[in-house]
Design a protein around this ligand. Structure first.
Ligand code: 5GP
Length: 174
């Protein structure tokens, strides 16, 4: 259970959240839902970059990933489940965004999770190396850091972070 599982559970709990569906040029994994992403090819992705059609995009281990514009339905809070480079771009374009960095409980557990979903060895190693480099940067950038150990617990913590943030932003009536 990676970040995706956490976000899915969060969305089931909070009906005012809306999850953006990313574009990617990565191949669909075996057993992965066909609507997990908009699976596309590099030339379509690049054409969309050229017309400014992404809020943010990045190249992650040889594939493009990006958040398409336009955005959410009225009245919903937008959730992006993205990696570090994209989060940095979002922070620049939307300084008021709330950045939550979700850490695996340990590198060994992260490795088990990656292998369990069937990623090949070289991909697993590349992802672990990338995580190693990015974690200190992510921790420094994020507003909140959570450890993805127990699913129910991390989802509750995340839901609470959002409730607190909404309260903080509410205009005071007095
Ligand atoms: P995966 O291939 O495991 O689905 O995703 C690889 C990484 O890309 C994950 O860290 C995931 O959160 C991130 N990612 C997914 N969608 C996007 C996106 O639209 N933009 C960016 N910057 N990263 C994304």
């Amino acid at each position: 259970m990676g970040k995706g599982t956490v976000v899915e559970a969060l969305l089931r709990r909070d009906a005012s959240l809306w999850l953006s569906r990313s574009w990617t040029t990565r191949q669909q994994r075996k057993g992965e839902a066909s609507d997990a992403y908009v699976f596309t090819d590099p030339s379509s992705f690049e054409a969309r970059i050229a017309v400014g059609g992404f809020l943010e995009w990045t190249e992650f281990l040889g594939n493009y990933y990006g958040t398409p514009l336009p955005e959410a339905p009225e009245g919903k809070d937008v959730v992006l489940e993205i990696e570090l480079d994209g989060a940095q771009q979002v922070r620049e374009r939307h300084p008021d965004s709330l950045l939550v960095f979700v850490l695996p409980p340990s590198r060994a557990e992260q490795e088990r999770r990656l292998r369990r979903r069937g990623d090949p060895d070289d991909k697993v190693e590349a992802r672990l190396r990338k995580a190693e480099q990015e974690e200190p940067i992510g921790i420094a950038l994020a507003d909140v850091v959570l450890v993805n150990d127990d699913l129910d617990e991390v989802v509750s913590q995340l839901a609470q972070v959002i409730v607190d943030e909404r309260t903080r932003r509410q205009p005071r009536s007095d």
